[in-house]
Write a protein that binds this ligand. Structure first.
Ligand SMILES: Nc1nc2c(ncn2[C@@H]2O[C@H](COP(=O)(O)OP(=O)(O)OP(=O)(O)O)[C@@H](O)[C@H]2O)c(=O)[nH]1
Ligand SMILES: [Mg+2]
Length: 201
């Protein structure tokens, strides 16, 4: 399968929790540190090049962006965490908003947590995995930008992260690259599973 079986369309960007779309149906959110490739991954999986805005400069996504897949299914592109040049007040706003979103969002069925395969398991990532497993929110890990490493090194890092998260109940972990399409099929399978969409090769 090359892309999701339903074509996503942009619904809206929310800066505050009051602006979120109705909390019905099911949605899957993409989280991770700034610049790990959340928006790019979403675009690759959707099969639409510029659905979510991407950028070489960290801090591109500044709102919680919602994409409609039809039948009350949604994808959610979250703002990146930990970009120093974003003002402290704004970072605090996002930390609180993100916490609240994760805590209260009933339609959220799973979180895709992206990490740069070259720098996995930073403090934010550990906190997120910890939090999700305690809150009972399924978390699936994508080690992104796998094209930046040799296949051997990428697989070694995958194994290492897996082992380090051994005691946590993560839903799965995989390598990914938008550049050479490593792991696209595997990620689509997970998304379809979570969203209740048909999956076919
Ligand atoms: N080599 C490589 N670069 C990638 C990949 N995915 C994303 N990038 C690059 O990483 C940079 C950041 O990508 P974004 O998708 O904007 O990252 P983001 O996580 O949404 O960033 P914020 O919205 O700022 O948090 C861009 O320059 C992308 O081209 C990948 O699989 N491989
Ligand atoms: Mg982004």
């Amino acid at each position: 399968m090359e892309r999701l079986p339903a074509q996503p369309t942009f619904i809206k960007g929310a800066y505050t929790l009051q602006q979120l779309p109705n909390d019905t149906g099911v949605e899957v959110a993409f989280a991770g540190r700034s610049n790990v490739g959340k928006s790019s991954t979403l675009n690759t999986l959707a099969g639409v090049k510029s659905l979510a805005r991407t950028s070489k400069t960290p801090g591109r996504t500044q709102e919680i962006n919602f994409f409609d897949l039809g039948n009350d299914r949604r994808l959610v592109d979250l703002p990146g965490y930990g970009y120093a040049k974003v003002s402290e007040a704004k970072q605090r706003h996002w930390a609180v908003t993100l916490d609240e979103y994760l805590l209260s969002r009933e339609s959220l069925v799973g979180l895709v947590l992206l990490m740069d395969i070259r720098h996995p398991l930073k403090k934010f990532d550990r906190n997120m995995v910890h939090w999700c497993t305690h809150a009972g929110l399924p978390v699936y890990i994508i080690l992104n930008k796998a094209d930046k490493l040799s296949r051997g090194k990428a697989n070694a890092n995958l194994l290492d992260v897996k082992q380090k998260l051994d005691k946590f109940h993560i839903d799965g972990i995989q390598l990914f690259s938008s550049l050479n399409r490593t792991g696209v099929d595997e990620a689509l399978q997970k998304l379809c599973d979570w969203l209740g969409l048909p999956y076919g090769k």
